[in-house]
Design a protein around this ligand. Sequence first.
Ligand code: ATP
Length: 228
Amino acid sequence: MTILDVQDLTASYGAAQALFGVDLRVAEGEVVAMMGRNGMGKTTTVKAICRMIPSQGHLTFAGQSLHLLPSHKAARLGIGLAPEGRRCFRDLSVEENLLATSRPGAWTLATVADLFPRLEERKHQLAASLSGGEQQMLAIGRALMTNPRLLILDEATEGLAPIIRQEIWTAIARLKRETGTSILLIDKSLKELSQVADRAVILARGKTVWTGKLSEITPEISGRYIGV
Ligand code: ATP
């Protein structure tokens, strides 16, 4: 079953059009990578899916049109976002952050602590005092605490030390293996994405320009659209 279906999505910031026709599907239990160079529309697509900005085109989640719902209702349908830049509540503790937007389900403080033991060790610390990598783990943990049907991770490993990046990739692989959560992953690390993602969608200039298996991304395609 398709959980997220995006077709010919367009969106603008004021007069400046940023999306010109994004196509993207995520099936239940599937991990899809969204790739592309900086400024090509990945975060804008995420914002449109999460109804943080207006958009046009076909946009359904679990068969329901997101465009017909007010944005707060769209969030409650089950999209959990760990946004670019993490955006934790800096003046709340780790535990308070995790509980702030939690909803009942399999993900609890205990299961998040099992996935990210560092968060358990720091549960009484203010989010502002965490390292960048720990804040990223907190952002993912907070998204999981909403018990989403689709988890969206926007640049979850960007700018982090290699050892922390590895911990996050290991956690994503565990999520896929043990929980079968549907995940939309925005990242540029082709090697690590190849270990966890079933398919990739590549954006260029606000449009989907390529879709297929990670193993089908040739050096020519990655050179042209991803820049690696
Ligand atoms: P990155 O990897 O750098 O985050 P991206 O692929 O996520 O890149 P977007 O952030 O979606 O790209 O940007 C797509 C286009 O929209 C760019 O031309 C960008 O300059 C523009 N844009 C993004 N945010 C805004 C904004 N708040 N106001 C105006 N234009 C914006």
